[in-house]
Design a binder for this molecule. Structure first.
Ligand code: FO1
Length: 326
């Protein structure tokens, strides 16, 4: 049982970026939004142009606000890039070794407002938790969104060709096209109070279909996360981000293989066995259900490729039901 009395009907969703955001959109159609709290990865956070950027927090917020760019899955729709284009002038005079005016990480003009606001509020001493709540209220997002931590924590990706790089260097600048030899999480961050509370007392915890290594991994790497989830494992369910041995978006399948895991629902089950009692898999992986159950998790088979809002809603409904009967 959890350390505190469970919140009767709260659903906490351990979230990364795009896959989690799509899942949360479905969950909002399945349960009352006020019951939902998203605990979001901040290991992708980076400072560029002096601005604190929280990609997964923004992807979740923008998606649930209906403002996300649907093709990219990040940033805002109907965006312009004037500020970024204007930086080109300064690249011509930038001294060698200067990191000023980077243009490999595309920040849209409207998106910049979010980074201006977050950076200024943090500089005033506000916590990332407080600022994230202000931003989601500014976008009229009906669920609570909490960062996994209010402390700086950085995902470091060790690559064969480029050594240790930040997550955004790996994912964007290198287009995740280099083999990964290790992933670690730097800093002595702890769970933010709101995140700890959600993981401990929500009636149900869902691990969203996000990258198990670099989206869910940073949250699990925080002290207490795995202990809190293991203590209430029967009401924790995970949704596989791997379908038919492949990631639906991003490098999750390659990273799993490169780091010695099986890029399949069985590999995902093995990773989540200590903290989740059930794994939701797509029918294309039904033939692996027995192997998932051999890892100690119930296997729930339901369409997991969220091509439409109704699939996302049904997937969310199935996940919550699986965790509720735990
Ligand atoms: N992803 C890219 O592939 N290219 C980009 O230029 C890029 C810019 C960017 C700006 C703001 C933001 O919130 C996200 C952005 N992303 C970009 C996506 C980001 O790297 C990923 O969303 C996460 O870090 C992984 O989920």
């Amino acid at each position: 049982m959890s350390e505190s009395a469970p919140r009767a009907d709260e659903v906490a969703v351990v979230s990364g970026g795009v896959g989690a955001a799509r899942f949360l959109s479905g969950l909002i159609d399945a349960v009352e939004p006020e019951r939902i709290v998203a605990v979001v990865n901040t290991g992708d956070d980076t400072v560029l142009h002096g601005l604190h950027i929280s990609p997964d927090l923004d992807t979740v917020t923008y998606t649930l606000a209906g403002a996300i760019d649907p093709a990219r899955g990040w940033g805002l729709r109907d965006e312009s890039w004037t500020a970024m284009e204007s930086l080109a002038r300064y690249e011509l005079v930038r001294p060698a070794g200067s990191g000023a005016a980077p243009r490999w990480f595309n920040l849209g003009d409207r998106d910049l407002a979010t980074h201006f606001y977050r950076t200024a509020r943090l500089a005033e001493g506000a916590t990332l938790t407080a600022v994230t709540d202000e931003i989601r209220r500014a976008w009229d997002v009906p669920i609570r969104i909490v960062p996994m931590s209010d402390d700086r924590c950085a995902t470091v990706v060790s690559t064969a060709d480029e050594g240790d790089v930040t997550f955004q260097d790996y994912f964007v600048r290198l287009r995740h096209a280099v083999p990964v030899t290790d992933v670690r999480f730097e800093g002595d961050a702890t769970l933010a109070a709101g995140a700890r509370d959600a993981l401990d007392t929500a009636a149900v915890v869902v691990i969203a279909p996000s990258n198990p290594i670099v989206s869910i991994g940073p949250i699990r790497a925080l002290p207490d996360t795995d202990r809190l989830l293991a203590a209430r494992r029967d009401s924790v369910v995970a949704v596989s981000p791997i379908v038919g041995g492949a990631a639906l978006k991003g490098p999750a399948d390659r990273m799993l293989t490169e780091l010695g895991h099986e890029a399949s629902v069985v590999g995902v089950a093995r990773l989540y066995a200590p903290i989740a009692a059930a794994l939701v898999v797509d029918p294309v992986d039904e033939h692996l259900a027995a192997r998932v159950e051999a890892e100690g998790l119930r296997c729930i088979v339901t369409p997991s490729v969220m091509t439409t809002a109704s699939v996302a809603r049904d997937l969310a409904q199935a996940a919550v039901a699986a965790a509720s009967t735990g």
